[in-house]
Write a protein that binds this ligand. Structure first.
Ligand SMILES: Nc1nc2c(ncn2[C@@H]2O[C@H](COP(=O)(O)OP(=O)(O)OP(=O)(O)O)[C@@H](O)[C@H]2O)c(=O)[nH]1
Length: 822
């Protein structure tokens, strides 16, 4: 219902003039009541004459307060007051209404408002009496407009200044692009972008495989449906270079237009980092080397597949455990301390170590440890790369073996020989010992090849190698130089006799018949020997001289060995002739016995005599044992010679007894005799043959026999003792046995070594030996007594018997020497 309907009619509606008046009255009433337009009027003095409700409300006053007030008090216009005054004057002057406009005002009640305002002249009876001011409150609209303008400005700023590329896309075409977009797409100007589709800046296909055009459309639809969508996209810029971007497409669709606000951010760096990470992960997982990662405290945080495969440990076994738990135990703590010290200093260590699989098996590994640092340069992790090098080591070993060994015999070849020789020489130099080089060449080997073929020759060479190895000790080296030549190093030999002995053994071994391919073959060898240091100080000289000596052996009719030095050859010849002579001496009874008397100190009586062998050599005259016992021992003649001495000594003793002198005979036993199984039988037979009571036979042993012998020796000694034979220990005090060690052996008598009697005598040692021997109830005899003073001293110490020049003299004086000599 119109508000004017509520205004009562003040005139008779039937008369036309009154009808017009009535309309005016109704209009005024409507003006009065309208809430939409604030209306007031003022006269030429600016005094308010009329004010409707809306106006009073706008001013924040009651209408009656407003009437009669100056118009300027209703709405103050600040800086624009004068401008408004001019408008008012213009209306009064021209009688025309003013142009409408927006005015910012402060109301009488202090509110800030925007008014849309018009001034209208009001005539009364033809005269301009008042001006109406009609104001519409447009504050709300004005504020919205301001906010919109501000938002627009902000948006513009953001659009222009954004570091991200922003595109406005309308109906699939780029409408606007910000500077960052021009830069990102490397466009010379905006025209290069506008009007085109985003797909125009994409490769035909996206890396995922979809056609760019279709994929872009799908994404636009998605953004339209969901409001926005975010995706990674591969673009190509105006210069044709591809790049990765992250795209946020927001639909701001109006009406039926597709309008998108598209933010494009270059993520090529991130993509490349992602790619690098992906590759690193692939490398980690697919590496054939075992890789393990730890944290900075060296606790395992990751292992790759190869690690699990190689070691047998799973991630579950290892994660969180200290890496040190998985050491093999071969390398010690000090080794790992050094490893970590180096990593601390250089961030890296690599080397060979032993590793252990979960099943316990050890394997050689190449380990590379690297410290990984964070952006602050602090160690954040450690990486261990472990390669199983079992196969490599095996191959290396195989290759090295091939390089160092002869393919036919598998003996060390020349390369390894020189290496070993160099080692042996430095050891010999350090220890001041001797070594020998034997240069062997088979005799007339060519004939075997020529008559029976190379294959047979080869088999013969292999058999020769086997035989050579049997002739030497483990410390020696047998090598094949090629052809039928072999070189042998004899390390640390005691003397040239050793070398001669080995050479003779080899000659003999090679000379034994071979059964090869159904043929019985015979071959001999010529051997040359050089000795360090006498025949040369260095490898070349020694090998050359052994070769020369071998040549001499060939010259000398083959099948023999020759020393390089003539002097040595002579000595060996002499030795050989000595050996021959000894065999003859046995057969021809060239040995004799001499007796050294043993006297009782207390009574001065002759109580025994030690049998000493002599060799009456047909050319050299009477030889004492030190000239020939060594050769006899090496030639294995000590057993028959010892047996002869035993028999002869017993026979002599029996003679003394028959002459009325119950004297004991002492016989020295050699180690070779002791090793004889039937020693006991020999002794018994010697006693029986001579008819001598066993307690008149005394067997003299050396400390070496006792100490080396062990249980078997103790058994033999006890058996001899049971037989009734007496046992004495010769040269006591010079070896390394101690008296308390002797208590397990049935020894009757100790012979104090002659050495203690020299230079005034070692009185303390003699005293100690005598005291201890007495405590063990052994008889003590001193050897090498030469003076009456020495004898007196021994007597004072309670020594039982003595030997030596002083005893010989006493025996001569007593006339008993004739007895012993016969
Ligand atoms: N079966 C065989 N023969 C070889 C091999 N290497 C070399 N030979 C032969 O070994 C022979 C060596 O001969 P020589 O040492 O020079 O002469 P020899 O016949 O042994 O006569 P002398 O040494 O003077 O006693 C030559 O016939 C070579 O062909 C091999 O690997 N296998």
């Amino acid at each position: 219902m119109d508000q004017t309907d509520t205004i009562p009619s003040v005139v008779n509606q039937g008369h036309p003039a009154f009808a017009a008046l009535d309309l005016i009255a109704r209009l005024v009433a409507a003006l009065e009541l309208t809430p939409l337009v604030a209306v007031f009027s003022f006269d030429r003095d600016g005094i308010v004459r009329f004010c409707n409700h809306a106006c009073a409300q706008l001013c924040g006053l009651a209408p009656e307060q407003v009437i009669g007030q100056p118009r300027k008090q209703l709405f103050m216009r600040g800086e624009r007051e004068a401008e408004h005054d001019r408008l008012v004057d213009e209306v009064w002057r021209t009688g025309q209404h003013s142009p409408s406009g927006d005015w910012q005002v402060r109301t009488a009640s202090g509110r800030e408002l925007w008014l849309y305002s018009t001034l209208v002249p009001i005539y009364h009876e033809g005269a301009l009496t008042q001006v109406f001011c009609m104001d519409v409150d447009v504050t709300a609209r004005k504020r919205e407009e301001d906010a919109l303008a501000a938002a627009g400005t902000n948006f513009r700023q953001m659009f222009v200044k954004s570091g991200d590329a922003i595109l406005l896309v309308r109906n699939g075409r780029i409408e606007e692009a910000n500077p960052a977009a021009l830069q990102l797409f490397k466009c010379p100007d905006a025209q290069a972008l506008t009007g085109r589709r985003l797909a125009d800046f994409s490769p035909q296909q996206q890396p995922g495989g979809g056609v760019s055009l279709d994929a872009a459309r799908t994404l636009e639809e998605q953004a339209y449906a969901q409001g926005n969508c975010r995706f990674d996209w591969r673009y190509v810029d105006c210069r044709g270079s591809p790049f990765w971007a992250e795209v946020l497409m927001t639909s701001i669709t109006l009406d039926h237009e597709y309008l998108f606000y598209v933010v494009v951010r270059d993520i090529s760096a991130r993509k490349s980092a992602e790619r690098t990470l992906y590759l690193a992960a692939q490398v980690f997982e697919n590496s054939r080397d075992a890789i393990l990662l730890t944290d900075r405290d060296r606790h395992v945080i990751s292992i790759n597949r190869a690690y699990a495969e190689i070691t047998g440990y799973s991630s579950a076994d290892m994660l969180g455990k200290p890496i040190s738990v998985y050491r093999s135990g071969v390398e010690d703590e000090a080794f790992f301390r050094e490893v970590w010290q180096q990593i601390d200093a250089t961030d890296h260590w690599q080397g060979e170590i032993w590793s252990r699989r979960k099943c316990g098996e050890l394997f050689p590994a190449w380990l590379a440890l690297t410290a990984i640092r964070d952006t602050q340069d602090r160690i954040s992790n450690y990486m261990a790369i472990l390669s199983d090098i079992t196969e490599r080591k095996r191959n290396e070993e195989h290759t090295r073996h091939l390089a160092e060994h002869d393919f036919l015999t598998d003996l060390p070849n020349r390369v390894l020989l020189l290496d070993r020789l160099s080692l042996a020489l430095s050891t010999a130099r350090r220890k001041g010992s001797m070594l020998a080089i034997l240069f062997l060449d088979l005799d007339r080997f060519k004939q075997i090849n020529d008559t029976l073929g190379h294959q047979v020759g080869d088999l013969l060479l292999k058999e020769v190698a086997v035989r050579l190895l049997k002739c030497v000790r483990k410390v020696d080296t047998v090598s094949r130089q090629g052809g039928d030549e072999f070189v042998i190093i004899l390390a640390d030999i005691g003397g040239i006799d050793h070398a001669a002995h080995v050479a003779a053994t080899i000659r003999h071994a090679i000379g034994q018949p071979y059964l090869i391919g159904g043929h019985e073959l015979h071959v001999s060898t010529s051997i040359g020997v050089s000795i360090f240091p006498s025949d040369g100080e260095d490898i070349d000289t020694l090998v050359k001289n052994a070769d020369i000596a071998m040549y001499h052996a060939k010259q000398g009719g083959r099948d023999n060995f020759q020393f390089f030095s003539t002097e040595m050859n002579e000595r060996i010849v002499e030795r050989a002739s000595f050996e021959h002579g000894l065999r003859q001496a046995l057969a021809e009874q060239q040995f004799e016995l001499a007796f050294e008397p043993e006297l009782d100190i207390a009574s001065g009586a002759l109580v025994g005599a030690e049998a000493l062998i002599r060799w009456r050599h047909p050319e050299l005259g009477l030889l004492r044992p030190d000239r020939f016992i060594g050769v006899a021992e090496e030639a294995g003649l000590m057993v028959p010679i010892g047996a002869w001495v035993l028999r002869e000594a017993c026979r002599h003793a029996r003679g003394w007894h028959e002459a009325g002198h119950a004297v004991t005979v002492a016989v020295n036993l050699s180690p070779a005799q002791f090793l004889q199984r039937d020693l006991l039988e020999h002794v018994r037979a010697a006693l029986d043959d001579a008819g001598l009571a066993p307690h008149y036979l005394e067997l003299e042993l050396t400390e070496a026999i006792i100490m080396k012998g062990g249980a078997a020796t103790a058994d033999t000694l006890r058996a001899l003792r049971r037989l009734g034979v007496r046992l004495s220990l010769d040269d006591f005090g010079t070896g390394w046995s101690r008296l308390d060690q002797l208590k397990d052996y049935p020894i009757d008598k100790l012979k104090i070594a002659q050495a203690f009697m020299h230079d005034g005598g070692d009185t303390i040692a003699i005293r100690t030996i005598i005291a201890m021997a007495r405590s063990m109830e052994m008889t003590v005899i001193a050897e090498g007594v030469e003076t009456a003073e020495q004898l007196e001293f021994l007597r004072g110490q309670g020594c039982d018997q003595y030997q030596g020049h002083h005893a010989d003299a006493a025996v001569q004086a007593s006339g008993l020497d004739g007895l012993l000599r016969n």
